[in-house]
Each structure stands twice: as C-alpha cells, then as structure tokens.
Design a protein around this ligand. Structure first.
Ligand SMILES: O=C(O)Cc1cc(O)ccc1O
Ligand SMILES: [Fe+2]
Length: 483
C-alpha cells in the first residue's frame, strides 16, 4: 500500500480544513472548474457535502468526486430484515432509540471476538444519547469481527461520522477516496456517507471501539496558552489517495446503508469504488496515537484530562468549550508533580465519561481479571462519582514521588460527552460483560482516614476554624511558590 500523504492542516486551529486533491489517473480532475460540460476521461462528477451548502467557510466540508458512474445508480434500498444474519439489529437491539440512562458506575469485561461476523454484523451499539434522525447525539459501538466483508459489498452510515479505535487486529479499509490500513494505537475517522469495505489484514480477527457522531464533525482542540504546537499536531493526520476499481460489466454489488438507526441494502450493477480523482475538504483520515505530544503538570497538582484531547466535536447549543464528544487519550508520559496525589482525583462530572483500554494498564484502576482490562470499558455518567479504586488510593497517597513514567506500553482513552450517555439492552444484558461488583470492589471499600484534631473537639460548629485567613494555611503553601 502506498504511504498515505500527510495533511498539512487538518481541521486546524485556524478552523480551516485543508483542501486535498488526489488523482489515480493524471488528468482526472478538471482544470479550474468543478462542472465542465464534459468531465475529463468521460467521468461523471458528483458533489459530496458534509455540511450545509451555506455553512460558514471555516466549517464548510465538501468534496468533488470524479467517478465512472454516479452513486445514484442503484436499485431501491430494502430494509434488511431483523432475522437476517446481516442485520445490525439482530445483535444490537437498539440503535439510538432505547438508551437506558443509569446513574451507576458501569464497567465491562473485555468484549468477545466474534469469528462469524464481518464488519457490519459485528457492530454492537453499547451506549449513546440522542437520535440520528434529529442529527443530535452520539452512539458508542464495540466491533468484533472474524471475517472480511464479503466481496462486492460496501457499507456507509448516513447517521454520522465513525471515529474508529482499533484495539486488536488491523483494519484494511477501502474507502471511496482510497485505502487506509488502521492498526491498534491508530484511529481513523470515516465521515458520514462515505462508502467503504473492511477486510481483515492477515486474516487476524479485529476488535475495537467506535464513536458515531450524529452531529457536526471532529476538529482539533484549541491550544490556548500551549501555543502553536502540541497535543495532536495537524501534520500527523493522513488521508487516502485516490484508488479505484473498474467493475461495471456483468457485476452485482450490494450496498449496505445505516439510515436512521436501521440497516438497508441496495443492489447495483457497478462498484461504488470507482472514483478516479477527488478534491475537497470532506474525506476520511487516520492518526497514529503514538505521535500525540502530551503536556502536563511539571510542578504540582493533577490537571484536567482535557490536556489529552486528540479531537473534539463541539456542541453549539451547550456553549463554548463544551463538546458533544471529545476523544481523549492517556498515553505513556512522565509524572513529576511534587507533593501531589498523582492519579485522577475523585470527582463528579456533568460530562459523561466512557473509557476503553487499547493495551496495557490504566494508572487509576486495578488491572487483571475483574479490573479495567484491554478490550473492556467503563461508563461514569453525568454526576456519577468515581476516581481511583481503594488500592490505587492507598498506594498513591503514601508512595514516594520520584519522576515516574506511567502508561509505558499502555493506551487508555475516553469518549467524553456533555450528554447523559445511556446504555442499550445489548450493553446492559445481551453482551453479559457488565461487572456486577464494580462499585463494591472499587469504592465501597474506601477507608475513613479522617482524624479530627484534638483542638477542635468540643467547639460548636460556629466556633470551628474554617481555615480562611488562617496563618497556618499560609505557611503550608508549596515550596515551589517560593517559601
Ligand atoms: O475518570 C477518569 O479516569 C478519567 C479522568 C482522568 C483524569 O486524569 C482526570 C479526570 C478524569 O475524569
Ligand atoms: Fe473521570
């Protein structure tokens, strides 16, 4: 496979997505026109819009495709019956329609591989919020496939952008715009509507996580005082190059579409992978998480995990800085904070936190059987208290604090959303992976360490010192602030 070209600026901090152009055959793209009377090489042109025509320039995403036959040429779509082995709904009884909002902390054991399933059949909606028909919210899937999609099939989702996070096995994806090989510790985004076929590289089973974004698109977070480099750097995102098949005589292809949370299929007498050249701002891309440049505390205290945001999808109705979905990672990094409880603090968050583990151990949670394991997941919903489990707390609050590398050989991630994330029937029951004793093992055993000072005994509430303006407090500031 030819190396994917880098994108100089993808969804960059200027808000402008770079326009890309790619020709599999020289001259496939018309010169200085999008709709010439006759397109070069006898191709048809087709516009693919990822935003409204009238979206502001900075947000506008659209691509011109130059293809052998337009995508409109197909037989009628038919619903795929639920009993069909190809039905998404036979294994995933809810597609954005029945989310159970539950305040309990939830954790899942590693999800099983499924030898029988290919990509479409392997998608299991675990959790989400909103509704794809309203273009609001998100869906979170586990995929686990043991076979390549059949020949002459393709899939697309009209419901949203797929952010795919492989945990095991390499995805060999042929998209309309070209090919992408996506390995564990890499991610890719396949925007709404783009057709693709997923093969298993080396016949190895695949498993991973998907966030489907029903509204808007991902972009890089602002860097603020960090400056012009850091976190995920724009130049490290890669897009496919045009690559097409010639298959339009005596042939039959099946196109599967996820539309409004249901699966449909249509036959067509030509391949959907017939784009000879394309140019524009709406395309799939991939990113190697190993290239993330973390920034953290180099003095004291534990900062918010927003410093580890790879991509963000802002929610306009929820206000500035609030995302319908953030993709956050916890990469290998040095912890050097002094006099600090280094793991995450205990917290309750208005945002919902769905976490997964690609490999290794996550520093805030016990590993191994019954813990937070690779291919497992956790969900800490809106205002559900969570934080380090008892063992992690006891260790981290008493340990020496030399500079320590955490997360070596590990990669945890979080899908964080401003929406209350509900769990599907599949996620709660059918998958049989929910750890019933998550809280009982993690936080119920937390010990009381409180020791009331002798001096405060016998004082009435009103007489107790609250510490404000207390001289003792001033003397307890950190050395680093210049004692
Ligand atoms: O809950 C979690 O494990 C994720 C998380 C990590 C962190 O360092 C701070 C806050 C947070 O929610
Ligand atoms: Fe959290």
């Amino acid at each position: 496979m030819p190396a994917l070209p880098e994108v100089a600026r993808i969804l960059g901090t200027l808000g402008l997505t770079p326009s890309r152009r790619s020709e599999a055959v020289e001259g496939a793209l018309p010169l200085a026109a999008n709709s010439p009377q006759k397109c070069p090489l006898g191709l048809y042109n087709e516009k693919l819009s990822g935003t409204a025509f009238t979206a502001p320039r900075d947000d506008n995403l659209q691509t011109w495709l130059y293809r052998i036959l337009p995508s409109a040429s197909h037989q009628n779509f038919q619903p795929v019956p639920e009993s069909s082995p190809n039905s998404l709904t036979s294994t995933t009884p809810s597609f954005g329609k029945h989310f159970n909002a539950i305040p309990n902390q939830l954790r899942w054991d590693p999800f099983d591989f499924d030898k029988e399933a290919s990509w479409i059949h392997s998608l299991h909606l675990v959790a989400g919020a909103g509704d794809p028909t309203m273009k609001q919210g998100l869906g979170i899937y586990i995929y686990a496939a043991g076979s390549t999609m059949p020949d002459k099939t393709a899939f697309y989702s009209a419901d949203g952008d797929f952010l795919i996070v492989p945990q095991h096995g390499v995805l060999d994806i042929r998209t309309e715009m070209g090919k992408m090989l996506v390995r564990p510790n890499e991610i890719c985004v396949i925007p709404r509507g783009i057709r693709y076929h997923v093969a298993l590289h080396g016949n190895e089973p695949v498993r991973g996580y998907i966030l489907e974004l029903y509204q808007g698109h991902f972009k890089l977070p602002e860097l603020g005082p960090i400056g012009s480099n850091g976190l995920a750097n724009a130049r490290d995102f890669q897009t496919p190059v045009a690559d097409f098949i010639e298959d339009y005589e005596n042939t039959e292809w099946t196109l599967y579409g996820k539309f409004g949370g249901n699966l449909f299929a249509a036959k067509q007498s030509h391949t959907p992978f017939d784009i000879v050249g394309w140019h524009g701002t709406y395309y799939p891309y991939k990113y190697d998480l190993g290239r993330f440049n973390p920034v953290g505390s180099i003095s004291y205290d534990h900062p918010d995990p927003s410093i580890f945001t790879v991509l963000t999808a802002p929610s306009i109705p929820h206000g500035a800085g609030t995302a319908v979905a953030d993709f956050v990672i916890f990469p290998p990094r040095w912890l050097v904070a002094e006099k600090t409880f280094r793991p995450p603090w205990y917290h309750r968050n208005t945002m919902s936190e769905f976490m997964g583990l690609i490999m290794g151990n996550y520093d805030a949670k016990g590993a191994g059987k019954g813990g937070f394991q690779p291919a497992g997941a956790s969900l800490h919903n809106t205002m559900s208290g969570h934080g380090p489990d008892m063992q992690t707390f006891e260790k981290a609050s008493t340990m020496d604090l030399p500079p320590t590398k955490v997360g070596e050989g590990s990669m945890a991630f979080m899908f964080e959303s401003c929406l209350m994330v509900g769990v599907t029937e599949w996620g709660l029951k059918t998958c049989q992976k929910v750890q019933e004793t998550y809280n009982a093992h993690s936080w119920e055993p937390l010990k009381v360490h409180f020791k009331r000072p002798e001096s405060s005994r016998g004082l009435s509430d009103g007489e107790k010192k609250n510490g404000v303006g207390d001289a003792k407090d001033l003397s307890s500031v950190h050395d680093i602030r210049g004692k």
